[in-house]
Design a protein around this ligand. Structure first.
Ligand code: PLP
Length: 435
């Protein structure tokens, strides 16, 4: 048997070891957690109109370190980025009848955060270079009902935030940045997450910094910060004591982060530059190798931007490689590497949008907006997203230590080997289709 036979056809795989666990928890996190456990205070929060409302020193310490790094006046720590997104959209006083423009190629919470206020997400297309909101598509979706834009800094690369901010300012719209995937990415020397009116971070188990679960909102506006804090902690019983006149969207939830998570989050955040640097180095090595393979385009880093490579994306051209994308990714996986065709179903194709059934069975909140109909979420509204999902995009998460530059080269070799096997792989496909 030739050494070059694709693993999918029975050959030896390029990599025969399982993927190692990416474990970033060290002595710093253990020490921080033990301090919390020893204190006996696992949460400092209470829905009282006093300092307990702010969660205590562990939570404040985490928030202070975000303010210092990002240069914002406020940071509000919560128990997930989903909570942070909801708190931030609510803090913009969005409600039924309003529209917020969102990309459909993102984690579902970027859009459901809008639905939970009674408003609706209106999906704009993305560009097929960095996969973030296309300002031209955003412009085309603005109506008298539009209240704001949710930009997602996807895969670790900033959206065209400067342009989006100018567009929002021209139309009197807020800009929220879902920065869950791009902590420490930069655009024009500024951190992603700091250009919009609020920036959101995640600390879930897949993220560059992890606390099990956790999230933050950063912002410079005092009212936005206070409203996020009320949303975090049963605001409706606090507004009276705080003397708030405008109580719009102050009905709160329990979005409080525990001291245990906050302690881990703070230790992880302190290590974030050190966690980011090797990932960027591995991604650059992988980009260099893959750029030699016709039909595979490594991620683009726009002028003035830095990329933190939450995921490593590749554009795929089946005409050039001669292999359908699914067959290619199946074959690379058989060579021992994780690789995925497409990212997520464009959000508007999910049943909730197709049936316009969300809260109750009478169409709320879509029915609050008479301009929403069967065309609002029909297939075809975001052609770039659909093409990427159906044929042009792949991603992998191999750019995380303890994998090394040698492993990046092996990934490139796996891709090249699969393409060298194109004839045999296609023949197998045809034969199994004929059986
Ligand atoms: C872009 C984006 N937004 C929001 C979230 C939600 O994060 P969390 O799991 O912390 O709620 C994620 C998580 O995967 C995400 O990738």
């Amino acid at each position: 048997m030739s050494n070059d036979l694709a693993a999918l056809l029975g050959g030896a795989p390029v990599r025969d070891q399982p993927m190692p666990v990416y474990n970033t928890i060290g002595e710093e996190e253990k020490k921080a957690v033990m301090e919390v456990l020893d204190s006996g205070v696992l949460s400092g929060f209470a829905a009282q109109p006093n300092d307990d409302h702010l969660g205590g020193p562990v939570v404040r310490g985490l928030e202070d370190s975000f303010c210092t790094t990002f240069g914002t006046r406020y940071a509000i720590a919560v128990n997930s980025a989903t909570s942070a997104l909801h708190a931030a959209v609510s803090a913009m006083k969005v409600g039924p009848g309003d529209e917020v423009i969102v990309p459909p190629y993102t984690m579902t919470a970027s859009a459901t955060a809008v639905l939970f206020t009674g408003a609706v997400p209106i999906f704009a297309d993305i560009d097929d270079e960095v996969f973030c909101l296309d300002p031209r598509s955003v412009q085309a979706r603005i109506t008298p009902r539009t209240r704001g834009v949710m930009a997602v800094n996807l895969y670790g690369h900033p959206a065209p935030l400067i342009e989006l901010k100018k567009l929002c300012d021209r139309h009197g719209l807020f800009l929220i940045e879902d920065n869950a995937q791009a902590p420490l990415a930069k655009i024009d020397g500024r951190y992603a997450g700091t250009i919009g009116d609020a920036g959101i971070f995640s600390m879930n188990r897949h993220k560059a910094m992890q606390a099990g679960e956790g999230g933050l909102v950063i912002c410079n506006d005092r009212e936005i910060a206070e409203r996020c804090r009320l949303m975090r902690n049963h605001g409706e019983v606090l507004v009276d004591a705080f003397g708030m006149e405008d109580i719009t969207n102050t009905v709160g939830l329990n979005y409080r982060i525990t001291n245990l998570s906050a302690a881990v989050a703070r230790a992880q955040f302190a290590k974030l530059p050190a966690l980011t640097e090797p990932r960027v180095r591995l991604a650059e090595r992988l980009s260099k190798g893959l750029s030699q393979i016709p039909g595979i385009t490594p991620p683009v880093v726009r002028d003035g931007c830095t990329h933190v490579y939450y995921f490593f994306t590749m554009k795929y051209d089946a005409e050039v490689t001669g292999l359908p994308r699914k067959l290619f990714t199946d074959a690379v996986r058989a060579e021992g590497f994780p690789i995925n065709p497409g990212y997520v179903k464009p959000l508007y194709l999910e049943p909730m949008y197709q049936k316009r059934i969300c809260f109750g069975s009478n169409g709320a909140p879509f029915s609050f907006n008479p301009h929403i109909d069967e065309n609002t979420y029909r297939r075809g509204i975001c052609p770039v997203v659909e093409r990427l999902q159906d044929s042009d995009l792949m991603w992998t998460n191999v750019t995380y230590p303890p994998l090394t530059e040698k492993d990046m080269d092996a990934f490139v070799e796996a891709c090249a080997k699969v393409i060298r096997n194109r004839g045999r792989l296609l023949a197998k496909e045809w034969n199994s289709a004929a059986e």
